[in-house]
Ligand binder design. Structure first.
Ligand code: UD1
Length: 418
Protein backbone atom coordinates (compact mmCIF):
# COMPACT_ATOMS: atom_id res chain seq x y z
CA UNK A 1 0.00 0.00 0.00
CA UNK A 2 3.00 2.34 -0.18
CA UNK A 3 2.70 5.52 -2.20
CA UNK A 4 5.09 8.14 -3.48
CA UNK A 5 4.43 11.63 -2.25
CA UNK A 6 5.92 14.34 -4.46
CA UNK A 7 5.99 18.12 -4.27
CA UNK A 8 6.85 19.43 -7.71
CA UNK A 9 9.03 22.31 -8.76
CA UNK A 10 12.60 21.52 -7.67
CA UNK A 11 15.56 21.51 -10.04
CA UNK A 12 17.78 18.43 -10.06
CA UNK A 13 21.50 18.53 -9.35
CA UNK A 14 23.99 15.82 -8.46
CA UNK A 15 25.00 12.31 -9.35
CA UNK A 16 23.25 8.93 -9.72
CA UNK A 17 24.90 5.57 -10.25
CA UNK A 18 22.88 3.48 -12.70
CA UNK A 19 22.42 -0.19 -11.81
CA UNK A 20 22.43 -3.24 -14.06
CA UNK A 21 19.69 -3.53 -16.65
CA UNK A 22 16.59 -5.41 -15.53
CA UNK A 23 16.09 -6.61 -19.09
CA UNK A 24 19.66 -7.92 -19.27
CA UNK A 25 19.72 -9.46 -15.80
CA UNK A 26 16.43 -11.35 -16.25
CA UNK A 27 17.40 -13.42 -19.33
CA UNK A 28 20.89 -13.92 -17.85
CA UNK A 29 19.30 -15.36 -14.70
CA UNK A 30 17.33 -17.70 -17.00
CA UNK A 31 20.61 -18.49 -18.80
CA UNK A 32 22.17 -19.67 -15.53
CA UNK A 33 19.88 -22.72 -15.79
CA UNK A 34 22.13 -23.91 -18.63
CA UNK A 35 25.27 -23.69 -16.46
CA UNK A 36 26.48 -26.76 -14.62
CA UNK A 37 28.41 -24.94 -11.92
CA UNK A 38 28.55 -21.71 -9.94
CA UNK A 39 27.54 -18.42 -11.53
CA UNK A 40 28.56 -15.18 -9.88
CA UNK A 41 26.63 -12.13 -11.10
CA UNK A 42 27.94 -8.77 -10.00
CA UNK A 43 25.80 -5.74 -9.12
CA UNK A 44 22.65 -7.75 -8.37
CA UNK A 45 19.85 -5.15 -8.54
CA UNK A 46 16.93 -5.51 -6.15
CA UNK A 47 14.16 -4.80 -8.66
CA UNK A 48 11.08 -6.90 -7.74
CA UNK A 49 11.12 -8.68 -11.13
CA UNK A 50 14.70 -9.83 -10.49
CA UNK A 51 13.83 -11.10 -7.01
CA UNK A 52 10.86 -13.02 -8.45
CA UNK A 53 13.06 -14.55 -11.15
CA UNK A 54 15.65 -15.59 -8.54
CA UNK A 55 12.83 -17.30 -6.60
CA UNK A 56 12.03 -19.27 -9.75
CA UNK A 57 15.66 -20.48 -9.92
CA UNK A 58 15.58 -21.49 -6.24
CA UNK A 59 12.38 -23.41 -6.88
CA UNK A 60 14.21 -25.35 -9.62
CA UNK A 61 16.86 -26.34 -7.08
CA UNK A 62 19.45 -23.53 -7.30
CA UNK A 63 21.02 -22.23 -4.10
CA UNK A 64 21.99 -18.58 -3.72
CA UNK A 65 24.41 -16.49 -1.70
CA UNK A 66 24.16 -12.70 -1.71
CA UNK A 67 27.23 -10.70 -0.69
CA UNK A 68 28.37 -7.10 -1.22
CA UNK A 69 25.59 -6.44 -3.73
CA UNK A 70 26.52 -9.50 -5.85
CA UNK A 71 24.81 -12.87 -6.15
CA UNK A 72 26.32 -16.33 -6.43
CA UNK A 73 24.08 -19.11 -7.74
CA UNK A 74 24.99 -22.75 -7.44
CA UNK A 75 23.30 -24.37 -10.43
CA UNK A 76 24.85 -27.84 -10.12
CA UNK A 77 21.94 -29.66 -8.49
CA UNK A 78 18.82 -28.55 -10.32
CA UNK A 79 16.08 -31.08 -9.77
CA UNK A 80 12.91 -29.57 -11.25
CA UNK A 81 11.98 -28.66 -14.81
CA UNK A 82 8.68 -26.98 -13.92
CA UNK A 83 7.62 -23.39 -13.17
CA UNK A 84 4.29 -23.32 -11.31
CA UNK A 85 1.69 -20.66 -12.05
CA UNK A 86 2.06 -18.89 -8.66
CA UNK A 87 5.69 -18.02 -9.60
CA UNK A 88 5.18 -17.56 -13.37
CA UNK A 89 2.38 -15.04 -12.89
CA UNK A 90 4.71 -12.69 -11.00
CA UNK A 91 7.02 -11.98 -13.93
CA UNK A 92 6.73 -12.16 -17.69
CA UNK A 93 10.37 -13.27 -17.79
CA UNK A 94 9.44 -16.70 -16.47
CA UNK A 95 8.80 -17.53 -20.12
CA UNK A 96 12.54 -16.98 -20.92
CA UNK A 97 13.29 -19.95 -18.71
CA UNK A 98 11.44 -22.28 -21.04
CA UNK A 99 14.29 -22.44 -23.60
CA UNK A 100 16.92 -22.81 -20.87
CA UNK A 101 15.01 -25.54 -18.98
CA UNK A 102 14.54 -27.42 -22.26
CA UNK A 103 18.23 -27.04 -23.08
CA UNK A 104 19.21 -28.54 -19.73
CA UNK A 105 16.52 -31.21 -19.14
CA UNK A 106 15.19 -31.77 -22.69
CA UNK A 107 11.75 -31.37 -21.16
CA UNK A 108 9.88 -28.51 -19.49
CA UNK A 109 6.54 -27.61 -17.93
CA UNK A 110 6.01 -23.89 -17.55
CA UNK A 111 2.86 -21.95 -16.63
CA UNK A 112 1.79 -19.00 -18.78
CA UNK A 113 3.61 -15.82 -17.69
CA UNK A 114 2.30 -12.65 -16.01
CA UNK A 115 3.88 -9.18 -16.33
CA UNK A 116 2.79 -5.65 -17.24
CA UNK A 117 -0.74 -5.26 -18.56
CA UNK A 118 0.22 -3.33 -21.69
CA UNK A 119 -1.26 -5.51 -24.42
CA UNK A 120 -2.12 -9.09 -25.32
CA UNK A 121 1.55 -10.17 -25.28
CA UNK A 122 1.26 -13.51 -27.12
CA UNK A 123 4.07 -16.09 -27.02
CA UNK A 124 3.43 -17.64 -30.45
CA UNK A 125 6.89 -16.62 -31.74
CA UNK A 126 8.58 -18.29 -28.74
CA UNK A 127 6.68 -21.53 -29.32
CA UNK A 128 7.14 -21.49 -33.11
CA UNK A 129 10.88 -21.09 -32.56
CA UNK A 130 11.02 -24.04 -30.17
CA UNK A 131 9.00 -26.19 -32.59
CA UNK A 132 11.60 -25.40 -35.27
CA UNK A 133 14.13 -27.06 -32.90
CA UNK A 134 11.96 -30.19 -32.97
CA UNK A 135 10.35 -29.62 -29.58
CA UNK A 136 6.88 -31.17 -29.17
CA UNK A 137 4.59 -28.76 -27.35
CA UNK A 138 1.25 -29.45 -25.71
CA UNK A 139 -0.57 -26.43 -24.36
CA UNK A 140 -2.92 -27.59 -21.60
CA UNK A 141 -4.74 -25.93 -18.66
CA UNK A 142 -2.48 -22.86 -18.51
CA UNK A 143 0.75 -24.87 -18.77
CA UNK A 144 3.11 -25.26 -21.71
CA UNK A 145 4.35 -28.87 -21.69
CA UNK A 146 7.43 -29.49 -23.82
CA UNK A 147 9.16 -32.68 -24.92
CA UNK A 148 12.63 -31.89 -26.24
CA UNK A 149 13.98 -35.46 -26.35
CA UNK A 150 14.60 -35.14 -30.13
CA UNK A 151 15.81 -31.54 -30.16
CA UNK A 152 18.14 -30.52 -32.98
CA UNK A 153 19.34 -27.27 -34.50
CA UNK A 154 17.02 -25.47 -36.93
CA UNK A 155 16.42 -22.20 -38.77
CA UNK A 156 13.89 -19.77 -37.32
CA UNK A 157 12.69 -16.72 -39.21
CA UNK A 158 10.97 -14.38 -36.76
CA UNK A 159 8.06 -12.41 -38.30
CA UNK A 160 8.80 -9.70 -35.73
CA UNK A 161 12.09 -9.16 -33.86
CA UNK A 162 10.66 -10.12 -30.45
CA UNK A 163 13.22 -9.65 -27.66
CA UNK A 164 11.89 -12.48 -25.50
CA UNK A 165 11.48 -14.95 -28.38
CA UNK A 166 15.02 -14.24 -29.63
CA UNK A 167 16.48 -14.79 -26.14
CA UNK A 168 14.40 -17.90 -25.50
CA UNK A 169 15.36 -19.58 -28.78
CA UNK A 170 19.01 -18.58 -28.31
CA UNK A 171 19.05 -20.33 -24.92
CA UNK A 172 17.23 -23.39 -26.29
CA UNK A 173 19.89 -23.74 -29.00
CA UNK A 174 22.98 -23.53 -26.76
CA UNK A 175 23.02 -27.17 -25.57
CA UNK A 176 21.23 -28.55 -28.65
CA UNK A 177 23.12 -30.60 -31.22
CA UNK A 178 23.69 -28.91 -34.58
CA UNK A 179 23.42 -25.30 -35.65
CA UNK A 180 20.49 -23.01 -34.88
CA UNK A 181 19.98 -19.82 -36.88
CA UNK A 182 17.70 -16.97 -35.88
CA UNK A 183 16.86 -14.66 -38.80
CA UNK A 184 15.35 -11.22 -38.00
CA UNK A 185 16.08 -11.58 -34.28
CA UNK A 186 15.90 -8.64 -31.85
CA UNK A 187 19.00 -6.41 -31.85
CA UNK A 188 18.58 -4.92 -28.37
CA UNK A 189 21.80 -4.43 -26.33
CA UNK A 190 20.36 -6.87 -23.77
CA UNK A 191 20.32 -9.63 -26.42
CA UNK A 192 23.99 -8.94 -27.14
CA UNK A 193 24.69 -9.06 -23.40
CA UNK A 194 22.99 -12.45 -23.11
CA UNK A 195 25.19 -13.71 -25.97
CA UNK A 196 28.29 -12.42 -24.17
CA UNK A 197 27.25 -14.06 -20.90
CA UNK A 198 26.52 -17.43 -22.52
CA UNK A 199 29.74 -17.35 -24.57
CA UNK A 200 31.75 -16.62 -21.42
CA UNK A 201 30.20 -19.79 -19.95
CA UNK A 202 31.31 -21.80 -23.00
CA UNK A 203 28.51 -21.33 -25.57
CA UNK A 204 29.22 -20.71 -29.26
CA UNK A 205 26.93 -17.90 -30.37
CA UNK A 206 27.66 -15.17 -32.90
CA UNK A 207 25.75 -12.39 -34.58
CA UNK A 208 23.61 -11.02 -31.70
CA UNK A 209 22.83 -7.39 -32.58
CA UNK A 210 22.63 -8.24 -36.31
CA UNK A 211 19.99 -9.81 -38.57
CA UNK A 212 21.40 -13.31 -38.21
CA UNK A 213 22.27 -15.04 -34.93
CA UNK A 214 24.05 -18.39 -35.24
CA UNK A 215 24.25 -20.82 -32.34
CA UNK A 216 26.45 -23.89 -32.57
CA UNK A 217 25.45 -26.46 -29.97
CA UNK A 218 27.97 -27.37 -27.24
CA UNK A 219 27.88 -30.13 -24.59
CA UNK A 220 28.14 -28.10 -21.42
CA UNK A 221 28.25 -24.59 -19.93
CA UNK A 222 30.54 -23.96 -16.96
CA UNK A 223 30.96 -21.74 -13.92
CA UNK A 224 31.61 -18.06 -14.56
CA UNK A 225 31.52 -14.54 -13.16
CA UNK A 226 29.74 -11.80 -15.12
CA UNK A 227 28.58 -8.19 -14.81
CA UNK A 228 25.49 -7.37 -16.91
CA UNK A 229 25.23 -4.03 -18.76
CA UNK A 230 23.73 -0.91 -17.19
CA UNK A 231 20.05 -0.07 -17.49
CA UNK A 232 19.37 2.18 -20.49
CA UNK A 233 15.70 2.69 -19.53
CA UNK A 234 16.55 3.92 -16.02
CA UNK A 235 19.25 6.12 -17.56
CA UNK A 236 16.70 7.51 -20.01
CA UNK A 237 14.22 8.10 -17.18
CA UNK A 238 16.78 10.25 -15.32
CA UNK A 239 17.72 12.13 -18.50
CA UNK A 240 14.04 12.99 -19.00
CA UNK A 241 13.66 13.91 -15.30
CA UNK A 242 16.44 16.47 -15.77
CA UNK A 243 14.93 17.80 -19.01
CA UNK A 244 11.58 18.21 -17.22
CA UNK A 245 12.91 19.81 -14.01
CA UNK A 246 16.05 21.60 -15.25
CA UNK A 247 19.44 21.43 -13.54
CA UNK A 248 22.61 19.41 -14.09
CA UNK A 249 22.98 15.72 -13.30
CA UNK A 250 25.71 13.16 -13.83
CA UNK A 251 24.70 9.57 -14.58
CA UNK A 252 27.48 7.13 -13.75
CA UNK A 253 27.80 3.63 -15.19
CA UNK A 254 25.70 4.71 -18.19
CA UNK A 255 26.04 3.95 -21.90
CA UNK A 256 25.16 6.87 -24.18
CA UNK A 257 25.27 4.71 -27.36
CA UNK A 258 22.26 2.74 -26.14
CA UNK A 259 20.20 5.93 -25.87
CA UNK A 260 20.77 7.69 -29.17
CA UNK A 261 17.10 7.24 -30.17
CA UNK A 262 16.16 9.34 -27.12
CA UNK A 263 18.94 11.92 -27.07
CA UNK A 264 18.56 12.64 -30.81
CA UNK A 265 14.94 13.70 -30.09
CA UNK A 266 15.86 16.23 -27.42
CA UNK A 267 16.40 19.83 -28.43
CA UNK A 268 20.01 20.75 -27.80
CA UNK A 269 19.24 24.44 -27.54
CA UNK A 270 17.51 23.84 -24.17
CA UNK A 271 19.24 20.66 -23.09
CA UNK A 272 22.90 19.71 -23.41
CA UNK A 273 23.89 16.09 -23.07
CA UNK A 274 27.45 14.84 -23.31
CA UNK A 275 29.41 11.85 -22.15
CA UNK A 276 32.76 11.22 -20.51
CA UNK A 277 33.86 7.58 -20.28
CA UNK A 278 30.97 5.80 -18.56
CA UNK A 279 29.27 9.02 -17.46
CA UNK A 280 26.45 10.94 -19.13
CA UNK A 281 26.10 14.56 -18.11
CA UNK A 282 22.77 16.33 -18.65
CA UNK A 283 22.35 20.08 -18.34
CA UNK A 284 18.91 21.55 -19.02
CA UNK A 285 17.19 24.87 -18.43
CA UNK A 286 13.83 23.24 -17.65
CA UNK A 287 12.02 24.32 -20.84
CA UNK A 288 11.13 21.82 -23.52
CA UNK A 289 9.60 21.80 -26.96
CA UNK A 290 6.98 19.61 -28.65
CA UNK A 291 8.19 16.74 -30.84
CA UNK A 292 6.14 16.43 -34.03
CA UNK A 293 6.22 12.63 -34.08
CA UNK A 294 7.76 9.80 -32.06
CA UNK A 295 7.17 6.20 -33.10
CA UNK A 296 8.21 3.38 -30.79
CA UNK A 297 10.20 0.70 -32.61
CA UNK A 298 12.44 -2.28 -31.88
CA UNK A 299 16.07 -1.26 -31.12
CA UNK A 300 17.73 0.90 -32.39
CA UNK A 301 14.39 2.72 -32.74
CA UNK A 302 12.73 4.71 -29.96
CA UNK A 303 12.15 2.36 -26.99
CA UNK A 304 8.54 1.67 -25.98
CA UNK A 305 9.84 1.49 -22.38
CA UNK A 306 10.57 5.26 -22.49
CA UNK A 307 7.27 6.21 -24.12
CA UNK A 308 5.39 7.22 -20.92
CA UNK A 309 8.37 9.17 -19.54
CA UNK A 310 8.72 11.25 -22.71
CA UNK A 311 4.93 11.75 -22.77
CA UNK A 312 5.25 13.33 -19.29
CA UNK A 313 7.77 15.79 -20.76
CA UNK A 314 5.60 16.50 -23.82
CA UNK A 315 2.57 17.19 -21.58
CA UNK A 316 4.02 20.64 -20.84
CA UNK A 317 6.03 21.16 -24.03
CA UNK A 318 4.99 24.10 -26.17
CA UNK A 319 3.08 22.86 -29.22
CA UNK A 320 1.47 19.56 -30.25
CA UNK A 321 3.28 16.22 -30.20
CA UNK A 322 2.22 12.82 -31.49
CA UNK A 323 3.43 9.49 -30.11
CA UNK A 324 2.69 6.33 -32.09
CA UNK A 325 2.98 3.14 -29.99
CA UNK A 326 3.81 0.29 -32.36
CA UNK A 327 4.67 -2.44 -29.85
CA UNK A 328 2.06 -2.71 -27.13
CA UNK A 329 -1.53 -1.80 -28.00
CA UNK A 330 -2.73 -0.76 -24.53
CA UNK A 331 0.36 1.06 -23.38
CA UNK A 332 -1.42 4.43 -23.09
CA UNK A 333 -3.45 3.60 -19.95
CA UNK A 334 -1.30 5.92 -17.84
CA UNK A 335 -2.44 8.92 -19.95
CA UNK A 336 -5.81 8.91 -18.08
CA UNK A 337 -3.78 9.63 -14.93
CA UNK A 338 -1.82 12.42 -16.65
CA UNK A 339 -5.13 13.95 -17.75
CA UNK A 340 -6.14 14.05 -14.03
CA UNK A 341 -3.07 16.26 -13.57
CA UNK A 342 -4.26 18.66 -16.26
CA UNK A 343 -2.57 17.19 -19.36
CA UNK A 344 -4.35 17.52 -22.72
CA UNK A 345 -3.99 14.09 -24.33
CA UNK A 346 -6.27 12.35 -26.80
CA UNK A 347 -5.75 8.69 -27.74
CA UNK A 348 -6.70 7.62 -31.26
CA UNK A 349 -5.96 3.96 -32.00
CA UNK A 350 -2.23 3.57 -31.46
CA UNK A 351 -1.49 7.32 -31.28
CA UNK A 352 -1.44 9.82 -28.43
CA UNK A 353 -1.96 13.42 -29.46
CA UNK A 354 -0.49 15.62 -26.77
CA UNK A 355 -1.15 19.36 -26.68
CA UNK A 356 1.34 20.96 -24.33
CA UNK A 357 -0.26 22.84 -21.41
CA UNK A 358 1.44 25.56 -19.34
CA UNK A 359 1.32 23.59 -16.11
CA UNK A 360 0.39 20.23 -14.60
CA UNK A 361 -1.31 20.16 -11.19
CA UNK A 362 -0.64 17.73 -8.37
CA UNK A 363 -3.25 14.95 -8.06
CA UNK A 364 -3.75 11.46 -6.66
CA UNK A 365 -2.77 9.06 -9.44
CA UNK A 366 -2.04 5.35 -9.80
CA UNK A 367 0.73 3.52 -11.62
CA UNK A 368 -0.99 1.42 -14.29
CA UNK A 369 2.20 -0.46 -15.18
CA UNK A 370 5.96 -0.21 -14.57
CA UNK A 371 7.00 2.46 -17.09
CA UNK A 372 3.64 4.24 -16.97
CA UNK A 373 4.28 4.65 -13.23
CA UNK A 374 7.72 6.17 -13.91
CA UNK A 375 6.06 8.65 -16.30
CA UNK A 376 3.67 9.72 -13.52
CA UNK A 377 6.57 10.27 -11.10
CA UNK A 378 8.25 12.54 -13.66
CA UNK A 379 4.98 14.45 -14.10
CA UNK A 380 4.75 14.86 -10.32
CA UNK A 381 8.27 16.34 -10.21
CA UNK A 382 7.16 19.34 -12.30
CA UNK A 383 3.50 19.62 -11.21
CA UNK A 384 2.20 22.49 -9.15
CA UNK A 385 1.56 21.24 -5.60
CA UNK A 386 1.44 17.69 -4.26
CA UNK A 387 1.08 14.46 -6.24
CA UNK A 388 0.68 11.00 -4.76
CA UNK A 389 1.41 7.99 -6.92
CA UNK A 390 -0.24 4.75 -5.80
CA UNK A 391 0.36 1.12 -6.92
CA UNK A 392 4.09 1.75 -6.64
CA UNK A 393 4.80 -2.00 -6.56
CA UNK A 394 4.53 -1.64 -10.34
CA UNK A 395 7.40 0.89 -10.37
CA UNK A 396 9.49 -1.21 -7.97
CA UNK A 397 9.44 -4.09 -10.47
CA UNK A 398 12.06 -2.18 -12.48
CA UNK A 399 13.47 0.64 -10.33
CA UNK A 400 15.42 0.29 -7.08
CA UNK A 401 15.15 3.24 -4.66
CA UNK A 402 13.84 5.61 -7.33
CA UNK A 403 12.58 8.02 -4.63
CA UNK A 404 15.95 7.97 -2.83
CA UNK A 405 17.87 8.66 -6.05
CA UNK A 406 15.57 11.54 -7.01
CA UNK A 407 15.62 12.94 -3.49
CA UNK A 408 19.46 12.83 -3.52
CA UNK A 409 19.25 14.97 -6.67
CA UNK A 410 17.14 17.55 -4.82
CA UNK A 411 13.59 16.45 -5.66
CA UNK A 412 10.97 16.66 -2.94
CA UNK A 413 9.80 13.03 -2.98
CA UNK A 414 9.29 10.39 -0.32
CA UNK A 415 7.72 7.00 0.11
CA UNK A 416 4.78 6.91 2.52
CA UNK A 417 2.93 3.92 3.96
CA UNK A 418 -0.84 4.20 4.07
C1 UD1 B 1 10.91 -7.01 -23.81
C2 UD1 B 1 11.21 -6.18 -22.59
C3 UD1 B 1 10.18 -5.08 -22.41
C4 UD1 B 1 10.11 -4.24 -23.67
C5 UD1 B 1 9.90 -5.11 -24.89
C6 UD1 B 1 9.98 -4.34 -26.20
C7 UD1 B 1 12.29 -7.78 -21.14
C8 UD1 B 1 12.24 -8.53 -19.86
N1 UD1 B 1 11.21 -7.04 -21.43
O1 UD1 B 1 9.61 -7.59 -23.61
O2 UD1 B 1 10.58 -4.27 -21.31
O3 UD1 B 1 9.02 -3.34 -23.56
O4 UD1 B 1 10.90 -6.15 -24.95
O5 UD1 B 1 11.18 -3.68 -26.31
O6 UD1 B 1 13.29 -7.79 -21.84
N2 UD1 B 1 5.05 -10.63 -29.83
C9 UD1 B 1 4.26 -11.53 -30.50
N3 UD1 B 1 4.46 -12.86 -30.28
C10 UD1 B 1 5.44 -13.32 -29.45
C11 UD1 B 1 6.26 -12.38 -28.76
C12 UD1 B 1 6.04 -11.04 -28.97
O7 UD1 B 1 3.36 -11.16 -31.26
O8 UD1 B 1 5.59 -14.54 -29.32
C13 UD1 B 1 4.82 -9.18 -30.04
C14 UD1 B 1 4.34 -8.48 -28.75
O9 UD1 B 1 2.96 -8.59 -28.60
C15 UD1 B 1 4.79 -7.07 -28.99
C16 UD1 B 1 6.08 -7.24 -29.77
O10 UD1 B 1 6.08 -8.56 -30.29
O11 UD1 B 1 3.87 -6.40 -29.81
C17 UD1 B 1 7.34 -7.00 -28.95
O12 UD1 B 1 7.38 -7.89 -27.87
P1 UD1 B 1 8.75 -8.50 -27.34
O13 UD1 B 1 9.90 -7.89 -28.06
O14 UD1 B 1 8.62 -9.97 -27.34
O15 UD1 B 1 8.73 -7.98 -25.85
P2 UD1 B 1 9.12 -8.78 -24.54
O16 UD1 B 1 10.26 -9.69 -24.81
O17 UD1 B 1 7.90 -9.31 -23.89
Amino acid sequence: MDKLHIKGGNKLNGCVKIGCAKNAFLPILAGTILCDGIVKLNKYPLYKDIINMTNILENLGATKKEEDGNIELDMTNLTKYEIPSNLAMLTRSSIFSLGAILGRFKKARVAYPGGCDIGTRPIDLHLRGLRALNVKIVDKRGYINCDGSNMKGGVIHLDFPSVGATENIMMAGVLTKGTTKIVNGAKEPEVVDLQNFLNKAGAKIKGAGTNLITITGVDKLNSLEYTPISDRIITGTFILACVICGGEIVLENANSHHLEALTSKLDNSVCKIWNKNDKIIVNCNGTHKAITKIETMPYPGFPTDLQPQIAAMLATSKGTSVIVENLFETRFKYTNELVKMGADIIIKDRSAIIKGVDKLYGAEVYATDLRGGAGLVLAGLMADGYTTVGNIYQIERGYENLEQNLSDLGANIKKISV
